[in-house]
Design a protein around this ligand. Structure first.
Ligand SMILES: O=C(O)C1=C[C@@H](OP(=O)(O)O)[C@@H](O)[C@H](O)C1
Ligand SMILES: C=C(OP(=O)(O)O)C(=O)O
Length: 441
């Protein structure tokens, strides 16, 4: 789907923010590992969350999405689970038959893949992991090596991979700067093993907010994890016991698009966010203040309002998903903005540093791309003629450039705009509610 976005600016207004997909993944996983069935309330549903739900079903959970909530019957449920029923139909009785292969189609979701690899290993499931788009290129090797050292082998280091064996407890040593998702996956998996485990980091942790989200979910489900000198200690033999009903919290990464739009050209409020959330992308509020814009919190709403903005230096190591929209904020700020420690952006749904540099150039913003950073000089001089942006199938590029169009006043066409469905299917509906004018071509 290609969408043309007119340069009509957004009106002042409010957006009700959908549930965090990161919290959605974690809540679904914890509920599927729990001892009891539960209901999860999620406002909005994305392709990535669908991928996690689908994979958990392949592992044996029953997940039913009703208008009243998402009903999760855990993997270890006392009733026959879907996979087990196949076993029964094959005359193999209740319980997954030894060696029976289940396929986990992770779609394009890095979180789904990297969270579920160690979980499948801890459950001793014989699984084939598949994925599409850029997912097969995204790194999983360091996690698979560590899993292999602990009894669970994969037949390759990129998708598709098939796992064989069952994880054993012990010391898991990993870098903290490739993907925090490896650590989240292990934090979910290791409590299920017999015996104590430890995760030891060999570098400083990046994307730490996401680990904090995982630790918060684990605590809610009664799982004990203690911080160690360079990682975490995880007692084995634990069981997940969670609340029977749970609400996923609002998504700060999605809110950032609207807050930047408010900061550049008016005033936009976001509702439904937890102001104390562990989500690292909550940093958007402080960053907009640093740029010079105004943010105000009243009750459950945060509003960003335009004030003259000046370029700043931004360390991206803890907030990778904010970078595309921060590039747009930088284009509206006077002087230079440098976003550094951003090398990991190259291994997301697209090479986000290269793609944002390409997009900024196309709309007439001065930009310099370096291996680990991007430098943007404020000011936008769009060229004559039609501007066409290739989304590279990346949801955050689509959303960032849609906000660029309405906030920087550049009419443009985005190719492959359906990529928004990965995390925020109602994005263009919200844009229209705020007065954004779009045409599907
Ligand atoms: O744990 C999570 O929910 C996520 C972790 C981050 O990945 P990295 O840790 O690989 O940076 C982030 O980019 C991704 O969108 C979601
Ligand atoms: C990188 C992202 O997600 P994931 O790693 O789960 O694919 C994202 O949502 O921007």
């Amino acid at each position: 789907m290609n969408i043309k976005i007119e340069k009509t600016p957004l009106k002042q207004g409010q957006v009700r923010i959908i549930s965090s997909k990161s919290d959605g993944h974690r809540s679904l996983i914890a509920a599927a590992l729990a001892e009891e069935e539960s209901v999860l309330f999620v406002d909005g549903w994305s392709e990535d969350m669908e991928a996690t739900a689908r994979c958990l079903q392949s592992l044996g959970a029953e997940i039913e999405r009703e208008p009243s909530g998402i009903y999760v019957m855990p993997i270890g449920c006392p009733l026959p689970c879907p996979v087990d029923r196949i076993g029964q139909a094959n005359g193999q009785g209740i319980g997954q038959a030894d060696g029976q292969l289940c396929t986990l189609d992770c779609g394009e979701s890095g979180s789904t893949l990297r969270f579920l690899l160690p979980i499948a290993g801890a459950l001793g499931k014989h699984c084939r992991f598949e994925g599409k788009g850029r997912l097969p290129e995204r790194p999983i090797g360091v996690l698979l090596d560590e899993m292999a050292r602990h009894g669970c082998k994969a037949d390759g280091d990129h998708l598709p991979v098939t796992l064989e064996g069952k994880l054993t407890a012990g010391v898991y040593t990993l870098p903290g700067n490739v993907s925090s998702q490896f650590i989240t996956g292990l934090l979910f998996a290791l409590p299920l093993l017999e015996g104590e485990s430890e995760i030891r980091l060999t570098t400083k942790i990046e994307s730490k907010g996401y680990i904090d989200m995982t630790l918060k979910t684990l605590k809610t489900f009664g799982i004990t994890v203690t911080e160690a000198e360079s990682g975490w200690s995880i007692p084995g033999g634990q069981k997940y016991h969670g609340p029977r009903m749970r609400y996923a919290e609002g998504d700060w990464s999605n809110a950032a698009f609207w807050l930047v739009a408010g900061a550049i050209g008016g005033s936009i409020g976001c509702q439904g966010l937890d102001m104390e959330s562990p989500q690292g992308d909550r940093a958007i509020a402080a960053l907009l203040e640093e740029f010079g814009a105004e943010t105000k919190v009243a009750l459950n709403q945060i509003t960003a309002t335009h004030k003259e903005m000046k370029g700043i230096r931004i360390d991206a190591s803890q907030i990778p998903d904010l970078v595309p929209i921060l590039c747009v904020a930088a284009a509206a700020a006077e002087g230079k903005t440098e976003i550094y420690n951003a090398g990991r952006l190259r291994m997301k749904e697209s090479d986000r540093l290269a793609v944002m540099a390409e997009c900024m150039q196309k709309i007439g913003v001065e930009v310099e791309e370096r291996p680990d950073s991007i430098i943007i000089t404020g000011g936008c001089n769009p060229p004559e003629g039609e501007i066409v942006i290739d989304s590279h199938n990346d949801h955050r590029i689509v959303m960032a450039m849609a906000i660029a169009a309405v906030s920087l006043g550049v009419e443009l066409t985005i190719l492959g705009a359906e990529a928004v469905n990965k995390s925020y299917p109602s994005f263009f509906i919200e844009l229209a509610k705020l007065g954004g004018v779009t045409n599907v071509l």
